[in-house]
Write a protein that binds this ligand. Structure first.
Ligand code: FES
Ligand SMILES: [Fe+2]
Length: 447
């Protein structure tokens, strides 16, 4: 059987590298740990970009609220009595106290816990205790300061810049490219926030390239074609897609179907409801079918147990992982029955950050909306599957290595071009002077 089956990228001869550049791209290492650089990000980048904050199910009902934090910034997202979703900077107009902490339901008004200034859910100031002490204080002068909030496919994004371009413009080609997948039918059952000893970019880089699979994820390599994984860059956004259920061509010779199946079950069997150690169901394979076809059939059957019809999805729709990156800090990985959203956020200093995972499942249309369970844990406690655990456990050593005095630059390949693109966007927002910019790899050469 041909290992290229179900892998159109191979027949198109597209790989993850594309056309090589003349030389590597060199990115100054300092930007991964310098407090001054982190301060510049906080001043010039974070207040300007769209960021995924929560799921629409966190704020589905009037009175539901969610406090989003990113570095020093706090945004309060609240569903008004009128059903409108609004966002505000989370600061009392009196002396700045944070108005809400965490998330919850049943909010009727927004009352500061310090001296009691109170706003309605639309951000209009309603009450100021002992108001006469302020002299002539006009209530209309002190509404809550608004932030932008928009929802795409059930994902709530915020932007502190009220003049920012709309979210759908920011997302560029992504919504059209993934429209076939009906992402809005996925519901988030849990969010997992992991505190890690790494810069937010160190975290994000890990989910912006497939170059590391062959070394860091040896089990995964047995069931993904990491070579024929073409990438695209739009502007703020980019994409890689990778066929699963086939071996990497890096192995000399062929793995058996059983070996590919075992690796898939071991690394992501849960996607088709297969417990660890589930043997290859050779008897289920119809004449001419590949391992991918068997995985697709099992995935369809597993979806059916949740009332989800996947008959519209062929083998490629179920086994090809479509991974999108949205600047600065978000990625989502999708196929017909899988959606995982990840983002990274700055921690208290440049050597710390948060990795946030939104765990989703496709439900039948019309399924009730329930709030996700929000879980927070340390990197040593977190074991979100064999592959992600490998990613998380690498981070502290990676962050420490970046500090070494002899390590001045990251040396990047075009295989890592989504990392390069993140830096290109970052430099644009920070308006870095020329000497502090990365050194471009130069024009492509035909080899
Ligand atoms: S700080 Fe909020 S009422 Fe004083
Ligand atoms: Fe990884």
């Amino acid at each position: 059987m041909d290992v290229a089956a179900g892998n159109p990228a191979r027949t198109r001869d597209e790989d993850a590298i594309g056309t090589p550049p003349a030389s590597p791209t060199l990115v100054p290492a300092e930007r991964y740990y310098s407090p001054a650089f982190a301060a510049l990000e906080i001043e010039r980048m974070w207040p300007k970009v769209w960021q995924i904050a929560c799921m629409v199910d966190h704020v589905w009902q009037p009175g539901d609220y969610f406090e989003y934090r990113c570095g020093p910034y706090g945004v309060l997202i609240v569903r008004g009595d009128d059903g409108v979703l609004r966002a505000f900077q989370n600061a009392c107009r009196h002396r700045g106290n944070s108005l809400c902490v965490g998330s919850g339901s049943g909010l009727r008004e927004i009352k500061c816990g310090y001296h009691g200034w109170t706003w309605d859910l639309a951000g209009v100031l309603k009450r100021v205790p002992n108001r006469k002490g302020f002299g002539s204080l006009r209530m209309s002068d002190f509404p809550l300061v608004p932030a932008r909030v928009e929802v795409w496919e059930g994902l709530v994004f915020i932007n502190l810049d009220v003049n920012a371009a709309p979210l759908h413009e920011y997302l560029e080609e992504v919504p059209d490219d993934i429209a076939w997948c009906n992402l809005g039918e996925f519901r988030c059952y849990a969010t997992l926030t992991v505190d890690v000893e790494a810069n937010w970019k160190t975290i994000a880089d890990g989910y912006s390239e497939t170059y590391h699979i062959q070394t860091l994820h040896p089990e995964l390599l047995r069931c993904v074609d990491d070579i024929h994984a073409p990438q695209r860059i739009w502007g703020h956004t980019g994409k890689s897609d990778q066929p699963y259920g086939v071996q990497s061509p890096r192995f000399e010779g062929r793995l058996s179907d059983e070996e590919v199946w075992d690796a898939y079950v071991y690394t992501q069997g849960a996607l088709m409801g297969a417990a660890e150690g589930t043997p290859f169901p050779a008897d289920e394979r119809l004449p001419g079918q590949t391992v991918q076809d068997v995985i697709a059939a099992r995935t369809r059957a597993f979806a059916a147990t949740r009332g989800v019809d996947l008959d519209w999805a062929d083998t490629d729709r179920i086994t090809r992982l479509h991974q999108y990156n949205v600047f600065p800090n978000m990625t989502f990985l999708a196929n017909a029955d899988h959606l995982t959203i990840m983002c990274s956020r700055p921690g208290p200093d440049p050597d710390h950050g948060e990795m946030v995972m939104f765990l989703m499942t496709r439900l039948p249309p019309g399924a009730p909306h329930t709030k996700p369970t929000d879980i927070r844990m340390s990197a040593t406690e977190a074991e979100p599957g064999v592959v992600l655990t490998q990613d998380i456990q690498l981070l502290p050593g990676l962050q420490r290595g970046l500090h070494q005095p002899g390590f001045t630059h990251l040396v990047l390949s075009s295989e890592e071009r989504r990392v390069i693109n993140m830096h290109r966007n970052l430099e644009h927002y920070l308006d870095l002077p020329e000497p502090e910019r990365m050194t471009d790899g130069g024009p492509s050469v035909k080899t």
